[in-house]
Design a protein around this ligand. Structure first.
Ligand code: CA
Length: 446
């Protein structure tokens, strides 16, 4: 047997051996999903699929993101690094990164035998390319990460059209199209993403390698636009009043909600029109329930193809969202409400399923967690800590620190004896007890 044949047989055997033992991975990224869900005590929101996954896996009730904006938060989760610089804290975070010296976790898994696929909004742009219309195949956001990056644009034609799309292929016109829409018998962008996802799972299940499929849903990101039936879910629902709805007295972190007001045409202002505020909140809730229906489809596809038996499922949101708290309608703030987001991890052989963890954890912990779950080497650049012991035992403790950056601010979330947020600005430190003061109105540092 010559050397080449022996080598190819060896590689084939090691590939089959890897396929037989290594689990597949589904990463579900949900855009702008705040933890306003029944498992966080908010029973008026309907999200049965996410709740079902929480009942079968480990819900992390105190998971914090590294930055309150899409691109920087996704950069942190995918690379395992805290975004700190102005470039890293922008939606262009990926472009300033050295992907060779500090590979993303999809690239790391790929270099260890995984077939990797990106469907929808996983990094910042749906499909993971930049350039004109965000579909320049020579300009991936995460070089080396993906074997497959199918275009999900469907009737929206380009990832740019898909990103903020309305019903049946309509694209946003910045500042000229509405923030709210609920059309009957209509198709919305996440329907196109799911169509691609179903095809992708059929392909991946036919391969002889273990696979990672990351699928990124667009709602409940603005515009709050989804099929009418999901808005009707809330016809009989009375939403609770908005907590801490006034502009804070210490207003240095307040912002005028530029994404919300500048990106869309509004018939009124929710800051002084309670009826419109209620409509905005209902449409956000409807988009959560719509996104949840897509999570249900993802889980049903895994179940029907038999993939559930050997698949790790991670559900993650990139940050929270102010629905009027602190008189903000948007993200882009260092307040707790913008940094707190859902995280669920489910493994094939889950111990103590359905018992949530109260440990303080952060998005950069996902990368080292996967390395440990898959018995892969942990790259030296990672700044997070594996959550495997908490996945196994919900009472296990974390390192009890989450750090978020925004502008020149650094927020530290710890449990200490209560939940504490420490925030350092250029000149001062602020300290809040989140258990007693969840909306940060009383600074303990004075
Ligand atoms: Ca986002």
């Amino acid at each position: 047997m010559n050397y080449r044949i022996a080598l190819s047989l060896l590689l084939a055997c090691s590939s089959l051996s890897l396929a037989a033992t290594q689990p597949n991975i589904i990463l579900i990224c949900i855009d702008d999903l705040r933890p306003e869900l029944p498992s966080f005590g908010k029973d008026y929101i309907q999200a049965p699929a996410i709740e079902g996954l929480a009942a079968e896996g480990r819900l992390f009730k105190r998971h914090y993101v590294q930055a309150p904006t899409c691109g920087a938060s996704r950069f942190a989760m995918l690379t395992g690094l805290y975004p700190k610089t102005a470039k890293q804290l922008s939606n262009g975070a990926f472009r300033s990164h050295d992907h060779n010296s500090a590979p993303s976790f999809p690239a790391h898994l790929r270099s260890h035998g995984y077939l990797t696929s990106c469907v929808g909004k996983v990094s910042h742009y749906p499909g993971g390319f930049t350039g004109k219309n965000w579909n320049d195949k020579t300009k991936p956001e995460l070089p080396g990460a993906w074997d497959r990056q199918p275009d999900c644009s469907g009737d929206w034609l380009t990832p740019q059209g898909l990103m903020h799309g309305y019903a049946d292929g309509k694209a946003r016109k910045r500042g000229k199209t509405p923030a709210l829409e609920a059309a009957a018998k209509a198709s919305y962008p996440d329907d196109a993403i799911l169509d691609t996802f179903h095809q992708e799972i059929a392909f991946l299940n036919d391969q002889k390698k273990p696979w990672l499929c990351a699928v990124g849903l667009l709602r409940p990101h603005l515009p709050f636009a989804c099929p009418k039936e999901f808005l009707a879910c809330y016809d009989q629902t009375e939403l609770p009043s908005i907590p801490a709805a006034k502009k804070p007295k210490q207003g240095e972190f307040w912002h005028p909600s530029a994404e919300f007001f500048g990106g869309y045409k509004h018939p009124s202002d929710p800051r002084n029109n309670a009826k419109y505020a209620d409509a905005v909140r209902r449409h956000y809730a409807a988009c959560v329930t719509y996104a949840d229906s897509k999570v249900a489809e993802i889980l049903e596809t895994l179940e029907s193809t038999g993939a559930t038996k050997n698949t790790i499922i991670i559900l993650w949101s990139d940050h929270g969202w102010h629905l009027g708290e602190q008189q903000i309608w948007g993200k882009h703030s260092p307040y707790h409400v913008a940094l707190h987001a859902p995280l669920i991890i489910k493994t094939p052989e889950m111990l103590k399923p359905g018992v949530p963890s109260e440990a303080v954890v952060e998005s950069i912990d996902i990368y080292p967690t996967l390395c440990e779950l898959l018995s892969l080497p942990t790259p030296g650049h990672l700044e997070g800590t594996s959550l495997v012991k908490i996945v196994a035992d919900p009472r296990a403790e974390s390192d009890d620190l989450a750090i978020a950056h925004w502008g020149k601010l650094r927020s530290e979330i710890r449990s200490d004896d209560h939940q504490i947020i420490n925030r350092k600005t250029n000149k001062t430190t602020q300290r809040y007890n989140l258990a007693k003061d969840p909306h940060e109105s009383h600074n303990l540092a004075h």
